[in-house]
Design a protein around this ligand. Structure first.
Ligand code: SAM
Length: 293
């Protein structure tokens, strides 16, 4: 079984980029009334304690959501809409002016989904799966009637296609592996190939690490080729917060969005420079925003 536990990384700079992009993309899709099928192929535990043992050990949130929160309180008039929306969702789990609890992708989607939307979650880890089930059950207590959520302890890469196409023909799929297993790079492409055959108009949000290793550097190129081969529009957003050479941990990551919601690019164009100012630690801090229609 894998050793990766997202609790070590919750609220880090990669989560900030991923969750802001995800939430705003979903908000844009929800401008239309028709229900959306939300699929999280690698759901994690749903909710994370930032003062728990794992988070304190890595302290990654200090370089991510907590640093962003401090920067926002110092620059209240410059906060982009996508960043305030993100903090509004985090605030639902926390007392005023404090962030001790961090919502992962599945919890965020649960919070913002509407009664006509559906949520499908996959998590394979034998420890995180029961946490996810428990966290979702506790959150569901806030909703009457309960929201439509299905949770599976299944392989997200192979299970994804089982949900496609969604009955309403509207869907958002988050593909967020840990890449702890180096096969994950190829599995992302395979899962996308199978999914696009069934549901070419879905919005696919793929998170990827930016690291000095061949499979990691090749993934964005392969995704670009995939989109070109299938004539799919895409958006690529990257955020780097420090030099990769001088750090042991992850210094940068990206989101690849296939069939991006209308106006997501404009929102990210406003948000990414703000994130670089807030989270950037040295001259290597940068963002990248590319698209192909
Ligand atoms: N999406 C989560 C978030 O943003 O809050 C974080 C997910 S974390 C990066 C990746 C998760 O995928 C881990 O919890 C890991 O146990 C799980 N996992 C690994 N391989 C998997 C697979 N093949 N199918 C489903 N889950 C898997």
């Amino acid at each position: 079984m894998f050793s990766y536990r997202h609790a070590f990384h919750a609220g880090n700079h990669a989560d900030v980029l991923k969750h802001i992009t995800l939430l705003f993309g979903l908000k844009l899709l929800q401008k239309k009334e028709t229900g959306i099928c939300l699929i999280d192929t690698h759901a994690g535990a749903g909710i994370y304690s930032l003062d728990g043992e794992y988070a304190l050990k890595s302290a990654e949130a200090n370089e991510g959501v907590l640093r962003l929160s401090t920067y926002c309180s110092e620059h209240p008039n410059a906060i982009p809409e996508s960043v305030s929306d993100y903090f509004a969702q985090i605030a639902l789990l926390n007392p005023p002016k404090s962030i001790k609890t961090y919502p992962g992708s599945s919890q965020l989607m649960l919070q913002v989904m509407r009664k006509q939307d559906q949520l499908k979650l996959m998590e394979l880890h034998s420890t995180d799966f029961p946490f996810l089930v428990e966290n979702i059950a506790v959150s569901q207590e806030n909703y009457r009637p309960k929201k439509s959520v299905q949770i599976n302890q299944k392989d997200g890469f192979t299970q994804l296609k089982a949900y496609l196409p969604p009955p309403t023909r509207r869907g958002l799929c988050l593909i967020d592996p840990s890449y702890e297993n180096k096969d994950d790079y190829q599995l992302v492409l395979t899962a996308l190939g199978e999914s696009i055959k069934r549901f070419a108009t879905g919005a696919y949000f793929i998170w990827y690490p930016i690291q000095q290793r061949r499979d990691a550097t090749e993934l964005p190129q392969q995704l670009a080729q995939f989109c070109e081969d299938h004539q799919l529009p895409y958006l690529q957003a990257e955020l780097q917060i420090k030099s990769q050479i001088l750090t042991e941990g992850l210094a940068a990551s990206g989101m690849w969005v296939i069939n991006p919601p209308w106006q997501l690019k404009e929102q990210l164009a406003e948000c990414l420079p703000f994130l670089v100012k807030a989270l950037g630690q040295d001259d290597y801090s940068r963002f990248e925003l590319n698209s192909q229609d």
